[in-house]
Design a protein around this ligand. Sequence first.
Ligand SMILES: Cc1cc2nc3c(=O)[nH]c(=O)nc-3n(C[C@H](O)[C@H](O)[C@H](O)COP(=O)(O)O)c2cc1C
Length: 210
Amino acid sequence: MAAGNTDRRLAIAIAVTGASGAVYATRTVAALLERGVHVELIVSDYGRRLLRDELGDAASVEQFVPFLLEKYGAGVNEGTLNIHSNRDLGATIASGSHGCSGMAIVPCSMKTLAAVAHGLSRNLIERAADVMLKEQRRLVIVPRETPMSLPQLKNMVLCAEAGAMILPAMPAFYQQPKTLDDLADFIAGKILSALGFDHDLYPPWTGQAR
Ligand SMILES: Cc1cc2nc3c(=O)[nH]c(=O)nc-3n(C[C@H](O)[C@H](O)[C@H](O)COP(=O)(O)O)c2cc1C
């Protein structure tokens, strides 16, 4: 997997924030890479903490590529990955002129949700999300919190009204998942579908449970 800037291939931005569900992020990034996508990755400070807290020190941002290779296999070498500092508001993806066709914030904290809902653009995650909305490109927000307050619910409505897709981290059980990775596959598959990718991360519904 080559690191570096995007070539002419499809580019997708993935933002990881400090909500529970780091495995949803790693599965989503791996699945995009397996499909030859160029991924522009931004991880917030608390996103970095959650990656390590939930998946272990091997999943630190500094070790992200070896972690993906170890967990998901050599297929991730099909894509390319560029990691940005969340403080770099001068990064390529802070501009609508960048060719990123879509973005997912996975998992999305209630703090970042609020910032996107109100267009704050204080860091690169918030700015890149704002760019997606103003350019009318696909923005997938994967919120994770329970229960939810009225302000949090209203912030989701604001984002949906602005054109984002709200895709809660709510795995289904009718596929009879056996492992945590099966649950992560389901959410990653939903995200890939929302971004316009075909995938086989979960079997299509056939009309009855397996
Ligand atoms: C272990 C841990 C788990 C957390 N889980 C959640 C969560 O599921 N949802 C959420 O909205 N915030 C959660 N938080 C709080 C956020 O990390 C916190 O609001 C942070 O400021 C979010 O910043 P960010 O959006 O820039 O990552 C958690 C924090 C910690 C330390």
